[in-house]
Design a binder for this molecule. Structure first.
Ligand code: 4NP
Length: 153
């Protein structure tokens, strides 16, 4: 899960997906998040993301921001980004043209076409975080469907 700062959107995405996988006892799947920038390395998620997640029964408090690195393209099967700027920045870190194919806009999984990018809630109010949560919750349901389909191959 990748955004710009790794303090607002991608920690929520990480927390939501891990929570769903735990509930399904699919906890052998490694979920992580990172930012394309170095702005917030080592920091906890934004207080507003922590609060929003807590309201949904998810604890983000132990997460710490890190920056996306080229090794992540070998470590992970899928790299989900929040917006097109993350997509371009992630592509710039990819070690090869082929590995760029691991990166996708997370909302391209959702049926609802109102949003194709997860809006950055950093400069807005709490409503923005709830919108982000709902968009990511839907997308994570789609990711779980993909994982189940892959496991049945
Ligand atoms: P995120 O939000 O990419 O969802 O973590 C942001 C966090 C920090 C900044 C921008 C977006 N910033 O400019 O510091």
């Amino acid at each position: 899960m990748v955004c710009l700062g790794n303090i607002c959107r991608s920690p929520l995405a990480e927390g939501i997906l891990r929570h769903k996988l735990n509930e399904l006892q699919l906890d052998n799947i490694i979920v992580d998040s990172a930012g394309t920038s170095n702005y917030h390395i080592g920091e906890s998620p934004d207080k507003r993301s922590i609060k929003n997640a807590r309201e949904h029964g998810i604890d983000l408090s132990s997460l710490r921001a890190r920056q996306l690195i080229s090794d992540d393209f070998y470590e992970f099967d899928h790299i989900y980004v929040m917006d097109r700027s993350n997509l371009a920045n992630a592509h710039a870190v990819a070690p090869s043209e082929e590995l760029k194919n691991k990166v996708m806009l997370i909302l391209s999984l959702n049926d609802d076409s109102t949003y194709d990018e997860v809006p950055d809630p950093y400069f807005g109010g709490p409503d923005g975080f709830e919108l982000v949560f709902n968009l990511l919750d839907n997308a994570c349901n789609k990711i779980i469907e993909r994982i189940k389909a892959d496991n049945n191959d």
